[in-house]
Ligand binder design. Structure first.
Ligand code: RB5
Length: 150
């Protein structure tokens, strides 16, 4: 793939607290024709959310995916994990306005959910907005650039 070609693949991962919602979101994305890279977990066994946040961050870094979706019980731990990487702008989202703004203002490349905090219909609405909203650039570009250079 040329470096100018956007990577449309969406990487997704969760811990045991996000498994049910992950399946709903995978089903939605596949029904919409997206290519989905599922990086686990795929059982209800207790696992450590940082490993799954890191897996999606690595998939974006090495070009296997262009955007990511992460889910844990609250959405908090897995968003903290992903945001430890300079190339990741992960937004923990609870409503469609946040989903729009994290794209328009922050150029978020990963959306995070709390599987125990949000219902599947609302999460699908948020994901749909996240995937279809462009970054506004302009004054926001300068701010986003600063996020990579703390
Ligand atoms: C797992 O029980 C839970 O701690 C995890 O899913 C998440 O909510 C952490 O932030």
């Amino acid at each position: 793939m040329s470096k100018d070609t956007p990577n449309d693949t969406i990487a997704i991962a969760c811990d045991h607290g996000g498994l049910g919602l992950k399946q709903e979101l995978v089903d939605f994305m596949q029904a919409e024709g997206h290519t989905v890279l599922n990086l686990g977990t795929d059982t209800t066994d207790s696992v450590d959310y940082p490993e799954f946040g890191y897996a999606v961050a690595e998939a974006l870094k090495d070009g296997r995916a262009g955007r990511g979706v992460l889910i844990c019980g609250s959405g908090i731990g897995i968003s903290i994990a992903a945001n430890r990487f300079a190339h990741i702008r992960a937004a923990l989202i609870h409503d469609a306005t946040g989903a729009r703004l994290c794209r328009e203002h922050n150029d978020a490349n990963v959306i995070c959910f709390g599987g125990r905090m949000i219902g599947p219909d609302l999460a699908v609405d948020c994901l749909k907005t996240f995937l279809s909203t462009d970054f506004e650039g302009g004054r926001h570009q300068r701010r986003v650039d600063k996020l990579s250079n703390p």
